[in-house]
Ligand binder design. Sequence first.
Ligand SMILES: Nc1ncnc2c1ncn2[C@@H]1O[C@H](COP(=O)(O)OP(=O)(O)OP(=O)(O)O)[C@@H](O)[C@H]1O
Ligand SMILES: [Mg+2]
Length: 339
Amino acid sequence: GVKKVNKAIVGIAGELVKGTTTTVHYERINSEIRIDTSELKNIIQKVQWKAFDRIRQQLAWETGHSEIEVKLINAAIVDVRIDGYKISNPVGFQGKDVSISIFNAYAPMVHLGALQKISDDLNLDLLNIAAEPYAVARSMGIEEADDFSAVFVDIGGGTTDVAVVRNGGLEGTRMFGLGGRAFTRRLARELNISFEEAEILKIKYSERKLNESVSSKIEKKLENDCDVWLRGIELTLSEFSESNILPHRFFLCGGGSGLPGLKKALISSNWKENLPFARPIEVSFLQPKDVVNIIDETHQLKDPQDITPMGLANLALDFVGEEKVLSGMLRRAVKMIQK
Ligand SMILES: Nc1ncnc2c1ncn2[C@@H]1O[C@H](COP(=O)(O)OP(=O)(O)OP(=O)(O)O)[C@@H](O)[C@H]1O
Ligand SMILES: [Mg+2]
């Protein structure tokens, strides 16, 4: 049986949740002096204010509102460099240019209030609310690897979440409102069956349990939607491609990724012309064994659908264990902003 649960981490995603990594350069007046804790605190505070300011400006520009009620849900330091060298903790280092990249995810106020209320009603201690694509991007434990670049794609029922990691740092996350349910609805409509029946059929099809002629019929019916989905990916990635080559490695997860047409669409060649990929695209699926720090003793987590909650569990460990120095400083800076 399940033991009594009293702590929870809640993941949120969806079209209204956005994440951006902002890199801020901070120039030190005296580069000979070693950085101490209080200077670092000061730097992180300044950097986070700047990052938050940029996000507010960007949101105001995108939505046309000068002031919208957004709340920071998730902040994390993804990269720290001194004079260009990647380091994990600047305390004790000398140098002039400190550059810090902070990932910030934010969402409209109303959502967060609702989550807090649900947790209270369930008597759960809400450790944290985290952006799901952030959890997925961290699930493989790549934060130490300087040369790791990949695109993480979490295809759920209602949305597809994309996270881009370049050189070990999460660059940003985006979502679009198309997931597995759209394909089920298509089958239901085309075959004039109920949603529930269409769902069963879709899963059987994905698991290759149907005969060839039925299979190819379904494939045909879903082709257009796969194409629309692919356009969503293209559009999303175009927002990341301005200055830099896009990672060619794709990791898929989420229940919706089981649909064969989606991987097929990704490796097809008719969408990449306008995007800066340097190499042919490689697609693989994230499996429970790929998630760091989490061991499934129940043996019930078995496919890419389980990755997002496992990734959240991995993040939860950050909140129950001893807090890292930098995370603590950032958390306090965030608290000041949230007030
Ligand atoms: N084997 C499979 N093949 C194809 N699709 C599948 C398979 N298993 C589950 N799905 C689809 O995956 C979707 C649910 O995936 P998931 O559990 O990741 O979504 P979610 O996290 O609840 O949704 P969202 O992320 O949009 O909030 C459903 O649309 C379901 O039809
Ligand atoms: Mg999901």
